[in-house]
Design a protein around this ligand. Structure first.
Ligand SMILES: [Zn+2]
Length: 161
C-alpha cells in the first residue's frame, strides 16, 4: 500500500467511531458552514464536501430529514433531493469540467455507507486517468487540490441556487 499526502484520511482513522452527532443534521448556524464544508443549505436538502474524499471535489447531497432511506422521504423531499443532485452535478461541470460522474447511494453499512443513519448521495466527478472509484486501500490516490481550496472554488456557484 502506498499512501500519498492525505492528512484527511488520518483524521478519519482517528475520529472514526467517535462522532457524537450526525454530520448532516445542521443547527442553522451558517457561521460553521466553512468549517463543516457545507456548500449549500436549501429548504429540504444540503450539499457538503466529503471530508474524506477519494477523488477531488467529491460532494455529498443529503436531505435535512435524518433518515436511512428514500422511502422515508415525502414526495417533495425526494424531488428536492434529486434536483439538488442534478444542480451539484451541473456546478461541478462548470467548475472542474469533469469527463463523467459516479452518482449513487450507499444504503446500509454492508453497502459501504459511512453514515448509514442519515442517507446521502455521493456525487463524484471523474476524469480519464484519475484513480479508480471502486478501488480500496491498496492503491495510490492523488488528490491534486486540497479540499478547502476546492471548497472555496465551488462555494460561489452555489450562491445562485
Ligand atoms: Zn442526521
Amino acid at each position: 500500500m502506498e499512501v500519498l499526502w492525505a492528512p484527511w484520511r488520518m483524521e478519519y482513522i482517528l475520529t472514526e467511531g467517535k462522532e457524537t452527532c450526525c454530520i448532516f443534521c445542521t443547527d442553522d448556524n451558517s457561521a460553521c458552514d466553512e468549517e463543516r464544508l457545507i456548500l449549500h443549505t436549501g429548504k429540504n436538502t444540503l450539499v457538503m464536501m466529503n471530508k474524506f474524499p477519494y477523488v477531488n471535489a467529491h460532494l455529498l447531497v443529503a436531505p435535512h430529514k435524518h433518515c436511512q432511506g428514500l422511502d422515508m422521504l415525502n414526495d417533495e423531499e425526494r424531488l428536492d433531493l434529486i434536483n439538488m443532485v442534478s444542480s451539484a452535478t451541473e456546478i461541478l461541470k462548470k467548475a472542474f469540467n469533469p469527463e463523467g460522474f459516479n452518482v449513487g447511494l450507499n444504503l446500509g453499512k454492508v453497502a459501504g455507507a459511512g453514515v448509514e443513519e442519515h442517507m446521502h448521495f455521493h456525487v463524484v466527478p471523474r476524469w480519464y486517468g484519475d484513480s479508480n472509484f471502486m478501488t480500496v486501500l491498496a492503491d495510490v490516490r492523488v488528490i491534486p487540490q486540497h479540499i478547502r481550496e476546492t471548497y472555496m472554488r465551488l462555494k460561489p456557484y452555489f450562491k445562485d441556487l
